[in-house]
Write a protein that binds this ligand. Structure first.
Ligand code: COA
Length: 261
């Protein structure tokens, strides 16, 4: 697929930078943007030469200011169901890429924008970021996972505060409740995101993928089921060449050379 609304570049460290590129509309998520994002996430997931992804928005004002309200305004109930499912599937494919992702939240992350950021592994925000779920102000509710991921990230009470008021949080408030992992000056946001990902990428790829999967499975199951999955994933990690290399390198006091097998 060629992209008209997002930018997709892979840097020399194998990190894909995915930029929602509609700055004049504060990077609002039209259906076309969501389709392109889904294609981009599947590309990252399927390409062994890409190790991680950063998501951001074009310009200095917005990460993503929500779903495109022009499209929302004319949905029939059946179209709304499809609309929500398409977005949910796209964001789920981001969350389950098996590779780490950073939301570099460079401004407004509202509605679908916050939902997109929450599907990333971590969120780093610039000082001017504003994060919220304003859907109730429009007479609707979040449809791309907001009612599900926000309580998982910050707990039920804080999530309901954000979801029911519709009021955006400042970067500092979002940081305080654990919704964003760090606050960074806007001009350092991408370099900070890349630096964090470099640390992750230096680790064994299969182990990184298994941690992502174990946390994902565990959050969706009982403690016992999660622990059973963890034990199996642990055994799978031990079966990799990289686990031999990692443990041997430690004992030989050298850096490991991981091969992703
Ligand atoms: N969908 C469609 N267009 C959007 C949009 C969205 N979610 N968010 C912003 N835009 C458009 C505006 O309509 C405007 O377009 P125009 O120049 O053609 O009139 C342009 O982006 C700039 O936005 P504007 O509102 O003029 O900027 P602002 O600085 O005054 O306000 C916001 C910024 C984010 C507070 C305001 O744009 C806003 O409230 N957006 C909607 C947020 C929202 O409710 N999102 C959830 C949707 S479910």
């Amino acid at each position: 697929m060629s992209y008209g609304h997002i930018l997709f570049e892979v840097d020399e460290h194998a990190v894909a930078l995915i930029t929602v590129n509609r700055p004049d509309k504060l990077n609002a998520l039209s259906g076309a943007v969501v389709a392109e994002l889904r294609d981009a996430f599947e590309r990252v997931a399927g390409d062994r030469s890409i190790r991680a992804a950063i998501l951001t928005g074009a310009g200095e004002k917005a990460f993503v200011a929500g779903a495109d309200i022009n499209e929302l305004a004319v949905l029939s109930p059946i179209q709304a169901l499809e609309f929500a499912r398409r977005g949910q599937q796209a964001f789920r494919s981001l969350e389950t890429m098996g590779k780490p992702s950073v939301a570099a939240v460079n401004g407004y992350a509202l509605g679908g924008g916050l939902e997109l950021a929450m599907a990333c592994t971590v969120r780093f925000a610039s000082e001017n970021a504003r994060l919220g779920q304003p859907e109730v102000k429009l007479g609707i509710i979040p449809g791309y996972g907001g009612t599900q991921r926000l309580p998982r990230l910050v707990g039920r009470g804080r999530a309901l505060e954000v979801l029911l008021s519709g009021e955006p949080l400042t970067a500092a408030e979002a940081h305080r409740i654990g919704l964003v992992n760090a606050i960074v000056p806007q001009n350092e946001l991408l370099s900070y995101s890349r630096a964090w990902l470099q640390k992750v990428i230096a680790n064994a790829p299969v182990a990184v993928g298994l941690v992502l999967e174990a946390v994902d499975v565990g959050l969706d199951s009982s403690l016992d089921a999660g622990l059973r999955f963890e034990a199996s994933a642990f055994a799978a990690a031990v079966a990799t060449e990289d686990s031999r290399e990692g443990t041997r390198a430690f004992l030989e006091k050298r850096k490991p050379a991981f091969v992703g097998k």
